[in-house]
Ligand binder design. Structure first.
Ligand SMILES: *Cc1c(COP(=O)(O)O)cnc(C)c1O
Length: 405
């Protein structure tokens, strides 16, 4: 009893949670728009967006309303029954993308797990059981289930868990020749993030994605885009594939989809979807009414010219600030990414110290992310106010000064 009533602090984390994270030493308790407050009432500008999730900021009134109203109506039915919010959201996604069929899951990992199983099943049932090779990319990130982490291109995340799913091969990102060299009639799918997020905020070149499309067509393989991070307006297009003009066969999205409520989706064609039958795959929670009601409200706001069209002007403002910081402190070797997924790579003398910058930034009152040890990452709300960008960057500059100055 005594410990249950003791104050909740950062130390409580180490007492009760598995040691798989190293969270900041403050605990956020409240958010509004692009500002967050901690237990002590200290205010932060949020450029992290819960890792590209809170695309409309914290507690957006339309999302709060959708959550409240659905919360008083119907939370959960399981997929033994369907529900209106899921069907409405499915219709919106089909109307706005290449997709003819969608299925909802709860996380990016689950959407990718579904996509990879679907690709394998399609190849196995329509072509041959031996058509199982998945080509993926070094440094890619596709989630943490054993299949998705094995398709991901960082062995340190998949080693140490016993025998891995077989027939997955990794080649360098943006290297079409490397793909060509391993592509054959046994290839079932090529899996790629149009913009590698966790891997360092690296955008694919248009030629690369176009080349992958051609290779997949040539070898009857499926092209799978993991847009868990790049989707839902992050790049200024609803999905990055639309900007590139390269249409995948299967696309996954999650993070921004629910604006902070866990939900994910797999988009595909009718032909590919028909490889699955009742019982081929499933989820108890996937597409539950609460998640889909919130995601539906988020979708209606994000998929507008006002929000999508504002993304690149906000990006410009961010990049100008970063260039100014670099001009003063000489810290970045590259500022890159697309839309409001922005990466700033640290100069060689600061390599490996991204988390130091992140902690210094939090100390100054701005939440930022890293993408690996050498890249600072910014993934703010798509509707972040100019004043928030300016104030957050003043604070970030102060953090940079503390480290390099
Ligand atoms: C975050 C992410 C995932 C995993 O999503 P979870 O919701 O954490 O399971 C998969 N792919 C990409 C590209 C991501 O950025």
């Amino acid at each position: 009893m005594a410990t249950e009533q003791a104050a909740i602090t950062r130390a409580t984390f180490d007492e009760v949670i598995l040691p798989i994270y190293a969270p900041a030493d403050f605990i956020p308790v409240k958010g509004k728009g692009s500002r967050v407050w901690d237990q002590q009432g200290k205010e932060y500008v949020d450029f992290a967006g819960g890792i590209a999730v809170t695309a409309l900021g914290h507690c957006h009134p339309a999302l709060v309303e959708a959550l409240k109203s659905q919360g008083e109506t119907l939370w959960h039915t399981s997929n033994v029954f369907t529900n209106e919010p899921a069907l409405k959201l499915g219709r919106k996604l089909v109307a706005s993308t290449f997709a003819e069929r969608v299925v909802f899951m709860n996380s990016g990992t689950e959407a990718n797990e579904t996509a990879f199983k679907l690709a394998r099943h399609y190849a196995s049932t329509r072509h041959s059981p031996y058509k199982s090779k998945i080509i993926a990319f070094n440094n890619a990130f596709h989630g943490r289930s054993f299949f998705t982490v094995s398709v991901g291109g960082q062995a340190k995340y998949s080693d140490g868990f016993g025998p891995k799913p077989a027939d997955i091969i990794h080649v360098p990102f943006n290297d079409l020749h490397a793909v060509k060299a391993v592509m054959d009639s046994h290839t079932c799918a090529v899996v790629v993030e149009p913009i590698q997020g966790e891997g360092g905020v690296l955008a694919a070149t248009p030629e690369f994605l176009k080349g992958l499309r051609e290779l997949c067509d040539e070898h009857q393989a499926l092209l799978v885009f993991d847009e868990v991070q790049s989707g839902m307006g992050r790049t200024g297009s609803l999905f990055a594939y639309q900007y590139y003009g390269v249409t995948p066969d299967i696309l996954t999205s999650a993070k921004a989809l629910g604006g902070g409520f866990p939900v994910s989706v797999v988009l595909t064609t009718e032909e590919i979807a028909s490889a699955f039958h009742v019982g081929s795959h499933g989820s108890t929670y996937g597409g539950n009414p609460l998640a889909c009601a919130v995601a539906g409200a988020a979708f209606d706001i994000i998929n507008t010219p006002e929000v999508l069209g504002g993304v690149n002007a906000k990006r410009e403002r961010f990049v100008k600030h970063l260039q100014k910081i670099d001009a003063e402190f000489d810290v970045f070797s590259d500022v890159r990414g697309m839309g409001l997924l922005i990466g700033a790579e640290l100069k060689p003398q600061y390599k490996g110290r991204a988390r130091d910058f992140l902690h210094a930034a939090a100390h100054e009152g701005v939440m930022v992310l890293n993408a690996g040890p050498d890249v600072m990452r910014f993934a703010p709300s798509l509707v972040v106010e100019d004043a928030d960008i300016d104030e957050g960057m003043v604070r970030f500059a102060a953090a940079v000064k503390k480290i390099v100055g």
